[in-house]
Each structure stands twice: as C-alpha cells, then as structure tokens.
Design a protein around this ligand. Structure first.
Ligand SMILES: *Cc1c(COP(=O)(O)O)cnc(C)c1O
Length: 384
C-alpha cells in the first residue's frame, strides 16, 4: 500500500498535503538556498517559522528554523542547550571545545525516542551518562519520580507524543522546577507538539511552552513532504551561539539558516510549510489534529468491539492493539499487510507484541477507518 493512502497507518507517516506538494515542486525548480544566501527564501522561512511558533503557542521570543527532521531538530536543540548551560558557567564551547568542560547532568524519560538518544550521543553524552526517569502506564514520565535536585548544569529532554502511545510527559509539573534551578529543558515533539495547535486538545501538552527548546516535524502530522523538521529555541541568542557559521564570502545575515541550524546549503523548506499553513489556516491546522485523534479513537473502539485488546490508553492519534498472544498478533499484522486494505506495523509495548496504528494523514476518512477496522478484524478471525 502506498504510504500516502488514507488507510496507511504505519510508523508516523503523514501524507502530502496538495498545496505543500505543489509548493515543493515549485521550490525545487526555483532551487533557492536559504542556508547560504536567498533573501526571498529566508523571508518565506521566517514568516512560516513565525506562524508555526504562534500556532504552537510558544513564547513570542522564540526563534525557529527548518531542518531535515526531528532527529536533526533534537540534535540542534540539545547542542543549543548544552552550549548555553556551559556559557552561563563561563565556558565557551566554540573557543575551548568540550574536553575539560564542566560535566553536565543529563536526564530523559525511560520512553525517550531513539533519535533523542542518538542526538545525545552525537552531542557527547553516552548511554552510561544519561539518567532515565521511570514512566507510568501511558508511557509518560512519572512526575513523582523526577529528581528535585537538578542544578544549573542539568539538561533535561522531555517528550510530547510517545511514539507508541501518543502520551506526553507532565510538562507543567517538571519544567518550572528544572528552569528555576537553572537547568535547560528540551522537548522532543516530533508529532505530538502539534497537539498544541488544537484549542480542544492542547490541554494534553499543557506547560510545553515553558521549555527552552523544542523539536518537531513537518513531514509527520503537518503532512509536508520529506524531509522537513523544525527546531525552536526560546532565546534566539542561544541558537545563534551554537550554530553560527558566517564566512567572508557569505553575506552576513543572522536569519540565514546556516546560523540557525547544522546545515549550510539546504532546500527552501519554508516554501511548502508556508503554502500548507496559508491554505489551511489556524483552524485548519487544529482540525487536522482533532480529526486524526477522533479517527484513532474510533479505530480503537471498532477493534475493541470486535474482540481485540487495546493495550494502552489512546492518548492521541496512536493505537496499540493485540490479538491473543505474541505469535497470533504477529500473524495478524503479517496477514493485514499482505491483504492490502490497510497497512499497520508492529511494536513491543511493555514486553508484549502489538499492532501499532498511527493516524497521521489528512487523507484519512471515517470510511477509511471503518474499512481498515473491518479488514483487521477479518484477518484476526481467520488467524483464530
Ligand atoms: C519520528 C520521531 C522522531 C524522529 O524524527 P525524524 O523526522 O524521523 O528524524 C523523534 N521523536 C519522535 C517522538 C518521533 O516520533
């Protein structure tokens, strides 16, 4: 099944919004480079980023920038945080590097996404150095177990949208204390951060705006083409300190993407984001989030009514479902993929195999949800 189909529920696969797809073709032919020098692409990037910051309810001081995806956005935010914490302690990473620098304490949730661990590794923090806080039944950090003795050399990475359950960490309970004690909080919100764009559902990520930096994806829930990520940093000076890369042959410009991210040359990703946001508007964006979550709830309901086991609360747009034991569940997943009405992948949740469904494509309709549920239940019936 093609991944842009309304019944493709694998991974967290957004489709391609028509306006964004057309804009990407135009931008490709136009071939601007907002990393080096393209006043017009930089201006479009800046407008699109400002709209995203506004739609997500992030602080008005926030500076955002496009990049290749949430992995890069996490790395960018983590490095900005690392360098800011060290700078406040009088240690200039650009000048002195990391050897001999004060040691940072790094804290993440037990359910941190693999890209966060990769970004931490690339930023110089190995597994053995990272403290992992236990999570509750939904996969969100248990705030009562979060350390209260963090200091001004502490980097915390929280999560909006667990990749299996959709659950978000309790931001309001954790972030204020960490920041009061001088630490930095980065949030991996690859898809879940968009929940903040929905007036109806933003309570699920309450307090996420209190963080210092955020990562999200355009190519997942926003339905932009690959590859499209966004990093946002509360104080633009912190992003610039970590990422600046001016040279005599490049016109000086703090807005150029090379000064807001890892890459210098890059495609003008802001063009398709601008087209998407301009055509849908604020209410259209909220509607995408609301509709996906309603579809996920309906999917879970239909599957449960048909005798399947929903093994984690449906917190957002993700559904975990099980059909008897591990072996039967894997057989059903393979049968569904082979049959072709719909596509879902597998995962392991708390030691148990599960079918994993992610509703992230604007193309999905209620009819798609009903047809997919029927096909999955039919495959389960045959397996039984
Ligand atoms: C997809 C995802 C990422 C990684 O994003 P890429 O765009 O694939 O680099 C990070 N965190 C979470 C929670 C994700 O779902």
């Amino acid at each position: 099944m093609v991944t842009t189909h309304g019944r493709h529920f694998g991974f967290v696969t957004g489709g391609t919004d028509p306006a964004a797809g057309a804009a990407a073709i135009l931008a490709g032919a136009w071939d601007q480079n907002p990393g080096a020098y393209s006043p017009v692409a930089e201006a479009i990037d800046e407008v699109a980023c400002a709209w995203i910051v506004d739609a997500l309810g992030l602080p008005s001081t926030t500076v955002a920038a496009f990049n290749g995806g949430a992995t890069i956005a996490n790395l960018t935010g983590i490095i900005a945080g690392r360098d800011a914490l060290l700078a406040r302690h009088g240690w200039d990473v650009a000048e002195r590097g990391l050897a001999g620098a004060p040691t940072l304490r790094v804290i993440v949730g037990e359910e941190a996404h693999v890209s966060v661990l990769k970004a931490l590794r690339l930023a110089g923090f190995g597994q053995a150095h990272i403290e992992r806080v236990p999570t509750d039944a939904t996969g969100a950090i248990d705030a009562t177990q979060f350390p209260e003795d963090t200091d001004a050399l502490t980097l915390v990475v929280l999560q909006a949208g667990n990749v299996n359950t959709g659950a978000s960490d309790p931001f309001a309970a954790i972030i204020p204390g960490v920041r009061e004690r001088g630490g930095w909080v980065h949030v991996d919100g690859a898809f879940g951060l968009w929940t903040a764009a929905s007036p109806r559902l933003r309570h699920l990520v309450a307090g996420v705006d209190l963080a210092d930096s955020w990562a999200t994806d355009g190519h997942k829930w926003l339905n932009l083409p690959y590859d499209s990520g966004v990093v946002a940093v509360r104080d633009g000076a912190d992003l610039h300190r970590a990422m600046h890369s001016d040279a005599d042959y490049l016109p000086a410009d703090p807005r150029a993407m090379r000064n807001r991210g890892i890459q210098i040359s890059q495609r003008a990703r802001g063009v398709e984001a601008w087209a998407m946001l301009a055509s849908h508007g604020r209410s259209g964006l909220a509607d995408i989030v609301d509709r996906s979550c309603a579809h996920a709830a309906l999917l879970a309901q239909l599957l449960a009514d048909g005798g399947a086991e929903i093994i984690a609360p449906v917190a957002l747009n993700q559904v975990l479902v099980r059909f008897g034991d591990d072996a039967a569940t894997q057989t059903v997943i393979a049968a569904v993929q082979a049959e072709g009405t719909t596509w879902a992948g597998g995962t392991v949740w708390r030691g148990r195999h599960a079918m994993r469904l992610s509703v992230s494509d604007t193309a999905t309709t209620v009819d798609d949800v009903r047809a997919a549920a029927a096909a999955i239940l039919e495959a389960a019936a045959v397996t039984r």
